[in-house]
Design a protein around this ligand. Structure first.
Ligand code: NAP
Length: 246
């Protein structure tokens, strides 16, 4: 119960990595705000958290909209009285080769993955400064570190997340707020399910540990980085990728 009575927001927590993170916090005694664009898809996650005795708030919010991000933070404060941890996890892919990549797909990915993280970070900062403590995790990707053909928009958004993380860590450290980024490799979720079998096999052959990661692998790292055990770690990008980037 290492997060007992901590108030935590996880964006993009209706499925995949975000859902696992939200449930992992709830199992450790936290009060968790779950969020995604769609109210309906949050219901089953909320039920799962309640079934393990957790306290949960569901907020439908599109992180690309500043007013939604503000509401997400405000509703959490209204319900739990504070925000100890924000996990900026919401993200999408709209892959295409550069020459075929539409302006719309560029804008969508940047708006949700990069501006979305900025919107939530900005909205939570005042509260965390007032508290003189807080912890923020931004979800990057190995693709933001090493690039990937067909993912110019996604790579730009995830590299931008690293810039936000390092700058915010420097800006907020004196207020007791830590900011770190996580760069997962290929994790089994809906996002990677869409890949053709052959592409998956090729990917696995490029992973030294020889398999895709699980949502639990990512959640374990998020919980560690936001725990007291990581109290001297800020401004870092930690890979959880089976050795893809060495
Ligand atoms: P996923 O299964 O597709 O889930 C994405 C989540 O984000 C969903 O809950 C989705 O819910 C939400 N979301 C999408 N757009 C949103 C918006 N505008 N506002 C609020 N919520 C939004 O993806 P995942 O694989 O779990 O990935 C989670 C994060 O990890 C992403 O940032 C992704 O880039 C990163 N990541 C994933 C992998 C991987 O291999 N899976 C690797 C590296 C990094 P709604 O659609 O209902 O809004």
């Amino acid at each position: 119960m290492i997060f007992k009575d901590k108030a935590i927001i996880v964006t993009g927590s209706s499925r995949g990595i975000g859902k696992e993170i939200a449930i992992a916090y709830a199992k450790e005694g936290a009060m968790v705000t779950i969020s995604s664009r769609n109210d309906e898809s949050l219901k089953s996650v909320a039920d799962e958290i309640k079934s393990i005795g957790g306290e949960v708030l569901s907020v439908a919010a599109d992180v690309s909209k500043p007013e939604d991000s503000k509401t997400l933070i405000e509703q959490t404060i209204a319900k739990f009285g504070k925000v100890d941890i924000l996990v900026n996890n919401a993200g999408i892919t709209r892959d295409n080769l550069l020459l075929r990549l539409s302006e719309e797909d560029w804008d969508n990915v940047i708006d949700i993955n990069l501006k979305g993280a900025f919107n939530c970070l900005k909205a939570v900062t005042k509260q965390m400064m007032k508290q003189r403590q807080g912890c923020i995790i931004n979800m990057s990707s190995v693709v933001g570190v090493m690039g990937n053909a067909g993912q110019v928009n996604y790579a730009a958004s995830k590299a931008g997340i690293i810039g936000i993380t390092k700058s915010a860590a420097k800006e907020l450290a004196s207020r007791g707020i830590r900011v770190n980024a996580i760069a997962p490799g290929f994790i089994e979720t809906d996002m990677t399910d869409n890949l053709p079998e052959k592409a998956k096999e090729e990917l696995v052959s490029a992973i030294p540990l020889g398999k895709l990661g699980t949502v639990q692998d990512v959640a374990d790292l998020v919980l560690f980085l936001t725990s007291e055990k990581a109290k001297y770690i800020t401004g870092q990008v930690i890979n959880v990728d089976g050795g893809m980037v060495i």
